[in-house]
Design a protein around this ligand. Structure first.
Ligand SMILES: Cc1cc2nc3c(=O)[nH]c(=O)nc-3n(C[C@H](O)[C@H](O)[C@H](O)COP(=O)(O)OP(=O)(O)OC[C@H]3O[C@@H](n4cnc5c(N)ncnc54)[C@H](O)[C@@H]3O)c2cc1C
Ligand code: FES
Length: 285
C-alpha cells in the first residue's frame, strides 16, 4: 500500500476531520458552487500545503462527507477552494451552506500532477464541466511559476455560456496574453463570441504538436474518451497524457478498498494517472 503524501510543518492526521469555516460562496453555474474554507486552527491554516491535483474530503454535519478536488492553487494561503456540483445528498447539503457555516475538511489526500517533472515542457490542459476544478489549481500554479514552463494552452469546454465556471479567471487568462486560452461551448447563442464546438473537435482544429508537450485532461467520461482518441491521432504518446480518476471514496487513506481500480486505489495511488499507467490497469473506466 502506498502512503499519502503529507506535507507542511504540521501534517494533518489522515483520519481526523479538521474543523473549518466557510468564508465565501461563489455561485458558478446553476448547479456548481465554489466554497472557500479556512481551518479554524490558525496554525494548521498557516502550515497547510498541497500540490495541484490533490483532493480533500469536505464534510457537513448530519449529511456526511464527499471527495472534491482542491480548486485553488498552492500559492493561495488564505483559503482552500472546492467547487461542488450538486448531485446528491452531501453535495446538496454543501450547496445550502452560507458564509460562517462550519464544515470539516480532511486534506490533502492523494497524489498530484507531477508538475516538477514537467518543467521546461509545453503543457496542454483540456477541461470540461466540473473537471475544470483540479485543472484550475494546476493552471494557476503553472502561471505562478510561468518561467518554468514552455507554451501553456488551456482548452475549456462547457455545454452553454451559462455553464462556464471561473468567469474571473477566464477573463484574466484571455487578457494576460502569456497563455493560449480557448473557451468553447457545445451550443452557441447570439451573445456568445467565443468558439462553438465539442472539445475534441476544437482540439483537432488547434492541432497542438506533441513535441515536448504534456497533455492533461479532466472532465465528463465521454469528453475524455474522445479527447484521448484525438491526442492519439495527433501523435501524443501514453506517457505524455495525464488524467484524473473518480471513484466513490470512504476512508480516503487506502484502508477500506472502496475506490480500487484493479490493484490500485484512487485515494492513495491517484487520482492522477498517466495514460500509460491506466493502460496497465484492468479496463474499468
Ligand atoms: C478524486 C475525486 C475528485 C472529485 N472532485 C470533485 C470536484 O472537484 N467537484 C465535484 O463536484 N465533484 C467531485 N467529485 C465527485 C464527488 O465526490 C461526488 O459528486 C460526491 O461524492 C457526490 O456525493 P453526494 O452525497 O452528493 O451524492 P450521492 O447522494 O452519494 O449520489 C448522487 C449521485 O452521484 C453519484 N456519485 C456519488 N459519488 C460519486 C463519485 N465519487 N464519482 C462519480 N459519481 C458519484 C452517485 O452514483 C449518484 O448517481 C470527485 C470525486 C473523486 C473521487
Ligand atoms: S477510499 Fe480508497 S481505500 Fe478507502
Amino acid at each position: 500500500m502506498s502512503t499519502i503524501p503529507r506535507q507542511g510543518k504540521k501534517a494533518l492526521e489522515p483520519l481526523r476531520p479538521e474543523k473549518a469555516t466557510v468564508v465565501d460562496v461563489i455561485r458558478e453555474t446553476h448547479n456548481i458552487k465554489s466554497l472557500r474554507v479556512v481551518f479554524d486552527d490558525e496554525e494548521l491554516m498557516t502550515s497547510f500545503t498541497f500540490q495541484p491535483g490533490q483532493v480533500g474530503q469536505l464534510g457537513v454535519m448530519g449529511a456526511g462527507e464527499s471527495t472534491f478536488a482542491i480548486a485553488s492553487p498552492p500559492s493561495q494561503r488564505e483559503y482552500i477552494q472546492f467547487s461542488v456540483m450538486k448531485t446528491g445528498v452531501v453535495t446538496t447539503a454543501i450547496h445550502e451552506l452560507a458564509v460562517g457555516d462550519r464544515v470539516t475538511v480532511r486534506a490533502p489526500m492523494g497524489n498530484h500532477f507531477p508538475v516538477d517533472r514537467w518543467q521546461g515542457k509545453n503543457v496542454l490542459v483540456i477541461g470540461g464541466g466540473i473537471g475544470m476544478a483540479p485543472l484550475r489549481s494546476l493552471f494557476l500554479h503553472m502561471m505562478d511559476h510561468r518561467e518554468e514552463y514552455g507554451h501553456l494552452q488551456l482548452i475549456y469546454g462547457a455545454r452553454t455560456p451559462s455553464d462556464i465556471c471561473y468567469r474571473d479567471d477566464c477573463r484574466d487568462w484571455k487578457q494576460c496574453g502569456d497563455v493560449d486560452f480557448i473557451t468553447t461551448i457545445d451550443t452557441g447563442n447570439q451573445d456568445w463570441e467565443g468558439r462553438v464546438g465539442l472539445v475534441p473537435a476544437v482540439l483537432e482544429e488547434e492541432e497542438p504538436s506533441p513535441e515536448n508537450n504534456i497533455a492533461v485532461t479532466c472532465g465528463p467520461p465521454v469528453m475524455i474518451k474522445f479527447v484521448l482518441e484525438s491526442l492519439g491521432k495527433m501523435g501524443f504518446r501514453d506517457e505524455q497524457i495525464y488524467t484524473t480518476l473518480e471513484r466513490r471514496m470512504k476512508c480516503g487513506i487506502g484502508l477500506c478498498g472502496r475506490c480500487n481500480v484493479g490493484p490500485r486505489y484512487v485515494c492513495t495511488d491517484g487520482p492522477v494517472f498517466s495514460l500509460k499507467e491506466l493502460g496497465e490497469l484492468p479496463d474499468e473506466m
